[in-house]
Ligand binder design. Sequence first.
Ligand code: SF4
Length: 384
Amino acid sequence: MIIMASNVVRRLYIHFPFCRHRCNYCDFYREIAQSGFNFDKFHQYLKTSLGVHQELMREEGMTWGKLKSLYIGGGTPSLWEQGPQYLKEMMEKMQLTFDPKYEFTYEMNPGVKSHKNLQDWMDFGLNRVSVGVQSMNAIQLEKLDRFHNLDDTFHTLNMLRDLGINYSVDFMIGLPHSRDGQRKIVDELAQVLEFNPSHMSVYILTTGKNYVHAKDLPSDTEIESEYLAVADFLKGQGWLHYEVSNFAKPGFLAEHNVAYWNLESVAALGPSATGFMKNQKKALRYKWMPESAQFSREELMPHELRMEEIYLGLRTHEGFPLEKFQNNLDQKSSTNLKEIFSGWDKRGLLARRDSKIILNSKGMLLLDSLMNELFWIEKLFNIQ
Ligand code: SF4
């Protein structure tokens, strides 16, 4: 992992918290925006939060550089018709420009907005789309209470393929009614690949206690076999499993997300968005409040940063740089660390490359349990 320690911020996330409809499993902060909805309040929020954010950056000695990535997440940002014009003006005001090799992603959901809207975003500079397909099974889309149906999905995937834009697909596993082979995961993935996406994010459905389909959810073992089926299939197609939930064709990693895992500064704006800034002196995480353009902040102590560095490294194919950490440990801790990894090695859960420990797909699924073992080596997280 490359740890950046610069006072220049080159990445920005904007949260657009509106959806057409509330899916029955969703606990993100979002509001419902029917057709003709007025986004003035949201625009005002962004405007005020921008001023607050500039002040924060001044206090922390941070400055903007040319943007390497801009990510509009949600919610359903493809509902934001005024978005391209609004952001263009905002960036001009901030004197923000794109780096020559920038990545600009927005999230869209099938069935929401048209080719024309996407074209407006592309004219503004959008060069990547993340589309919430979730499943290619009509019954499961219904169970998930998604706004879209399979016809919408095919329409959107056709449009993206024809436009030739770089795009990623969000796909979910662990869905209700997928027990006993009721869901043909690999067939669904093969169908998606026909539309030539370059990237896939695969998430396990997480639900609250009173989830309406709780009794129809698959077991952990069934979810594990779905996850491994996805990983095997995509790797068999030449894709990289480069992070716990992310797969990409070589050369198509999500740069913006990689920056999070590398602990680079990523500024954030918008209700409930979380930003991170780090320079030589400190690391700061801040979260915007939903109702007012103010944020709560948390300064990360050196040992917390170290913990994140280890955890995030192990999430990705960058892995854990064993030598770097081992050199700072006493004999006992170093032996313990080696024993833990050797146990995982024997269980076939990791690989070693250039003195790095890299979890394989099965190992990634068990990452939390590895972290629990590592926590016992206190010195690993002690920073003098
Ligand atoms: S579209 Fe996404 S953000 Fe919106 S309600 Fe559904 S799951 Fe939540």
